[in-house]
Design a protein. Structure first.
Length: 206
C-alpha cells in the first residue's frame, strides 16, 4: 500500500503502531481502539469507538501519528511486505483487509498470530512478504512467506487495502477514522501510544 509517502516515512513511528510488548500482536499488554474522532481541543483528542464508548488521548504525551491512504490490488505484488487480517482455516484463508508497508518498514511485526479485528478471536494477522500471486476472476491468491512459515491468502476484489505513510497532528480532525494501539487506559483516557488516521476519507481497516 503509490502515494508519495515513502520518502518521508518515519520507520520507528510506524513500527510503534504495530505493537509494544509484542510487535504487531494483539496482547494482554496493549489495547486496540477503532473509531471516529469527535473533537480536538488543543492536544486533547476525543474518539467514539466502534462500541459507542467515548475515549480520549493527549498528544502532549508523545503519541506517534501515522497515515493510512487508499491503495489498490496492484500494490500487492511479489516482493512487497504486507499485513493482512484473515478469516478461515489455513487451507482457505480469506483476507478481511490488507495493509501495504513502505519498503523502510519491511519486516515489521513479521509472523502469523491472533488478531482482534473481529470479535470472538476469529481473526488472524499475517505480516509477511508476497512471494508470488495467482490472479483470478475476482481478485488474486497470494503466497506469503515469513520467518518460519508460509500462508496462502485469497484477496477478493473489494477488500479494503491501504498503504501506510506520514501523518501529522493536522490530520487528526473531527470525522477522521482512527485505529489506536496503546499500552493501556485509565478511565476514559488512553495511555501514550500510536494512532493510524485515515486520510481522504479512508478508514484504517486494521
Amino acid at each position: 500500500m503509490a502515494f508519495g509517502f515513502n520518502r518521508h516515512v518515519a520507520p520507528l513511528a510506524i513500527a510503534a503502531v504495530f505493537g509494544f510488548a509484542a510487535v504487531g500482536q494483539a496482547s494482554a499488554e496493549n489495547i486496540h481502539e477503532r473509531g471516529t474522532i469527535t473533537s480536538v481541543d488543543g492536544s486533547v483528542v476525543k474518539v467514539k469507538d466502534r462500541d459507542g464508548k467515548d475515549v480520549m488521548f493527549n498528544l502532549d504525551d508523545g503519541w506517534k501519528i501515522v497515515g493510512a491512504s487508499k491503495a489498490t490490488m496492484a500494490d500487492i505484488k511479489p516482493g512487497v511486505f504486507i499485513g493482512t487480517a484473515t478469516v478461515g482455516e489455513d487451507t482457505g484463508m480469506k483476507a478481511v483487509e490488507v495493509v501495504v508497508f513502505p519498503e523502510a518498514m519491511k519486516g515489521t511485526g513479521e509472523g502469523h498470530y491472533a488478531w482482534d479485528l473481529q470479535p470472538g478471536g476469529k481473526t488472524m494477522m499475517t505480516n509477511a512478504t508476497v512471494n508470488n500471486e495467482v490472479k483470478g476472476t475476482d481478485g488474486k491468491t497470494v503466497t506469503l512467506t515469513y520467518k518460519g512459515g508460509e500462508k496462502k491468502v485469497d484477496i477478493k476484489d473489494g477488500t479494503p487495502i491501504v498503504q501506510l505513510g506520514e501523518a501529522t497532528k493536522a490530520d487528526l480532525v473531527p470525522g477522521a477514522k482512527v485505529f489506536i494501539n496503546a499500552p493501556g487506559m485509565t478511565g476514559d483516557k488512553i495511555e501514550k501510544g500510536a494512532v493510524v488516521v485515515g486520510k481522504d476519507g479512508v478508514t484504517p481497516p486494521m
